[in-house]
Design a protein around this ligand. Structure first.
Ligand SMILES: NC(=O)c1ccc[n+]([C@@H]2O[C@H](COP(=O)([O-])OP(=O)(O)OC[C@H]3O[C@@H](n4cnc5c(N)ncnc54)[C@H](OP(=O)(O)O)[C@@H]3O)[C@@H](O)[C@H]2O)c1
Length: 273
């Protein structure tokens, strides 16, 4: 008989995290579903094989507690999905100091906190897997005013690729998900926009970007179940691809990025704005 596997997921209050938690639970996995405000959750708590724990990935005490709680509840964690993330957009000059730090704290330092908390457990078990939700904006640039988000996901990419060499000898696997905009999440609503009442130099670009983002209808957005299915096939080791570019926009961009010298790629991107 197959042993029941367990996945630990960050950021399960909405979007991809919630969908992945439900899919894994419905496919026989135990799920440690973590979120900042578990008191608001009603859907995931209805599943017998999902346990919900409080976790803000920027809070080291909560990372320690949630890790211990999940291990205590399920005995063994097989896969950790670093999914929690948010975007800070707008001109760097206009960004508040705390928003710059927060972007890094959630998208980059958060996964570092979670990975470090689980390494002793994975070493003791003789292995494990960290799947990390990045973005196509972690492997290429695509929009103006996205530099802070790019920074956070590019840094995540470097972290995970670097760790590959360190953890492979311990049978600890690392995977990256490079997704684009998908349906059914709160990502856009949660964006922190850098603005300044007196500096207008970036207004044109900002308006253009905001209108492109707001105008993206469902036909331009990817089906999040495609992403969930890739996460599942990585967790079950049906596939072992390190970088997983998912969705039409991401794949088109990556093709363009690889087919052109960087200057031509950037000129092409710029021509859209
Ligand atoms: N949607 C896109 O366009 C897109 C594109 C490429 C990559 N991504 C990446 O996909 C991942 C999932 O995002 P999504 O699309 O599903 O958007 P989402 O619906 O906004 O989900 C993001 C999740 O992260 C959580 N989160 C934010 N800050 C957190 C923190 N400090 N600690 C713990 N959890 C935190 C949010 O929880 P709260 O409810 O508490 O805020 C939410 O559950 C993110 O890493 C994002 O960067 C998204």
């Amino acid at each position: 008989m197959n042993e029941q596997k367990t996945i630990f997921i960050t950021g399960t209050s909405s979007g991809l995290g919630k969908l992945t938690a439900k899919y894994f639970a419905e496919n026989g996995w135990n799920v440690a579903a973590t979120m900042r405000t578990p008191e608001k959750e009603t859907e995931l708590t209805a599943y017998e094989n999902i346990r919900v724990f409080r976790l803000d990935v920027t809070n080291p005490d909560q990372v320690k507690t949630a890790t211990e709680q999940a291990i205590r509840a399920f005995g063994k964690i097989d896969v950790v999905l670093n999914n929690a993330g948010m975007g800070t957009y707008g001109a760097l000059e206009l960004a508040k100091e705390e928003d710059i730090d927060w972007q890094f704290a959630v998208n980059t330092r958060g996964p570092i906190n979670v990975i470090r908390a689980f390494l002793p457990h994975f070493r003791a078990n003789g292995g494990g897997m960290f799947i990390n939700v990045s973005s196509f904006m972690g492997v290429t640039t695509a929009v103006p005013l996205g530099s802070l988000y790019n920074m956070s996901k590019f840094a995540l990419e470097g972290l995970i690729e670097g760790l590959y060499y360190e953890l492979k000898p311990l049978n600890i696997e690392l995977r990256l998900i490079e997704q684009g905009g998908s349906k059914g999440n709160n990502f856009q609503e949660s964006i922190v926009w850098n603005t300044h009442p007196e500096i207008t130099a970036y207004d044109g670009l900002t308006e253009k970007l905001r209108s492109i983002m707001a105008g993206a209808d469902d036909s331009q957005l990817d089906d999040p179940m495609e992403i969930v299915n890739v996460i599942h096939s990585l967790a079950t080791r049906e596939t072992n691809q390190f970088r997983n570019v998912i969705g039409s926009t991401g794949n088109q961009l990556m093709q363009l990025r690889h087919s052109l010298p960087i200057e031509e790629y950037m000129d092409t991107m710029r021509s859209y704005f």
